[in-house]
Design a protein around this ligand. Structure first.
Ligand SMILES: NC(=O)c1ccc[n+]([C@@H]2O[C@H](COP(=O)([O-])OP(=O)(O)OC[C@H]3O[C@@H](n4cnc5c(N)ncnc54)[C@H](OP(=O)(O)O)[C@@H]3O)[C@@H](O)[C@H]2O)c1
Length: 275
C-alpha cells in the first residue's frame, strides 16, 4: 500500500487532498494541530474512502522542533513514503514570533515544509518514485524577496509576509528539485486556485474582503484538484521542478531564474533553520 502524509489536512484544501489520496488507495497520515478538527477530518476521509487506512498526528508546524520530532517518528517506522504534501499554511493579521523566535507565517509556510522534506528524505528515497508536493500560491507569481529579511523584521505586513513566505517556498522547492534530480524524488509546487476556505481567519476589512472573494472562488474540492494531480497523475511520473496551475505547468515568478538570488534564499533558509 502506498503511503502519504498531508499537512493541514484538518480543513480546506488539505482535507480534500487527504480524501483523494485515501480514495486512490494511499495510507494517509493526516497532520493537524487540533484534536477535534483532526478527528472530524479523519472521520470525513474514512466516510469518503471506506476501508482506507488513515491516522492522525497533531503537530504545531510553526514549531521546527515539533516538525523534526514528527519526522523522527516517521523515520523510526522505516516505511517508504510515496507522497508528502506540504499543504498547511497560515495568513495572519499581526506579526507573531514563535517560541523558537521565528516569524510565524514564514515558519509555517516555508521553514517547516523545508525541515520536514529534508528530514524525510531517507524514507522518500526508499519509495523509489516519491512525490513531494508543496502548496504555493499565485500571490508569489509577482513580487520580490529579500533573503536578508525573510522574517520581515522590517516592513512586515500581512500580504507581504504571506507572499514572501510563498516565494521562498517556491524558490527553495525548485532548488531542492534540482538537487534531487535522479534520486527518484520529485518536488513540484502547485497553486490550487482561489479557493473559498477559512485561510483568512481575522475579522474586519481583510476578513470581509476574503469572504466576499469567496463568492468568485473555487470550492475546496476543486481547489484540491491540482494538488491531487501533482500527487497521482501518471503523466507526471519523474517530472520535477514544475510550478503547476490548473494541472498544467505554468511560468513561475521571474526571481526563480536568478541563480544567485536562489542561492541566497537557500542559504538564508538554512541559516534560519540552523543547519
Ligand atoms: N484558499 C486559497 O485561495 C489559497 C490560494 C493559494 C494557496 N493556498 C494555500 O493552500 C493551503 C491550504 O490552505 P486553505 O486555503 O485550505 O486554508 P485552511 O482551510 O485555513 O487550511 C490550512 C490548514 O493548515 C493548518 N495549519 C495552519 N497553521 C498550522 C500550524 N501552525 N500547525 C499545523 N497546521 C497548521 C490548518 O489547521 P487548523 O485547521 O488547525 O487551523 C489547516 O488545516 C495553504 O498553504 C494556503 O496558503 C490557498
Amino acid at each position: 500500500m502506498k503511503t502519504a502524509i498531508v499537512t493541514g489536512a484538518t480543513s480546506g484544501i488539505g482535507r480534500w487532498i487527504a480524501g483523494g489520496l485515501a480514495q486512490a488507495g494511499y495510507r494517509v497520515t493526516l497532520v493537524g494541530r487540533d484534536s477535534a478538527r483532526g478527528e472530524a477530518a479523519q472521520k470525513w476521509v474514512t466516510a469518503r474512502a471506506p476501508g482506507s487506512e488513515t491516522r492522525l498526528r497533531l503537530i504545531d508546524l510553526s514549531s521546527l522542533a515539533a516538525t523534526r520530532a514528527f519526522a523522527e517518528e516517521v523515520l523510526a517506522e522505516g516505511r517508504p513514503l510515496d507522497c508528502l504534501v506540504n499543504n498547511a499554511g497560515a495568513f495572519l493579521g499581526t506579526r507573531q514570533v514563535t517560541a523558537e523566535g521565528h516569524e510565524r507565517v514564514l515558519a509555517t509556510n516555508h521553514l517547516s515544509p523545508f525541515v520536514l522534506t529534508e528530514a524525510l528524505l531517507p524514507v522518500l528515497r526508499t519509495s523509489g518514485a516519491a512525490r513531494v508536493v508543496n502548496v504555493g500560491s499565485s500571490t508569489a507569481d509577482r513580487g520580490v524577496i529579500d533573503p536578508d529579511n525573510l522574517e520581515l523584521t522590517r516592513g512586515w505586513n500581512r500580504v507581504r509576509a504571506y507572499r514572501q513566505s510563498k516565494i521562498a517556498l517556491l524558490m527553495v522547492s525548485l532548488d531542492t528539485a534540482q538537487r534531487l534530480k535522479g534520486s527518484g524524488i520529485s518536488v513540484n509546487v502547485v497553486h490550487p486556485g482561489l479557493v473559498a476556505t477559512g485561510l483568512v481567519r481575522e475579522r474586519g476589512v481583510t476578513g470581509l474582503a476574503w469572504r466576499l472573494l469567496g463568492n468568485f472562488a473555487l470550492t475546496e474540492e476543486k481547489g484540491a484538484e491540482t494538488p491531487l494531480f501533482a500527487c497521482i497523475a501518471p503523466e507526471l511520473e519523474g517530472k520535477t521542478g514544475l510550478y503547476l496551475k490548473r494541472s498544467k505547468a505554468a511560468a513561475a515568478n521571474p526571481v526563480t531564474r536568478d541563480a544567485a538570488l536562489m542561492a541566497r534564499v537557500v542559504a538564508a533558509t538554512e541559516r534560519l533553520i540552523g543547519t
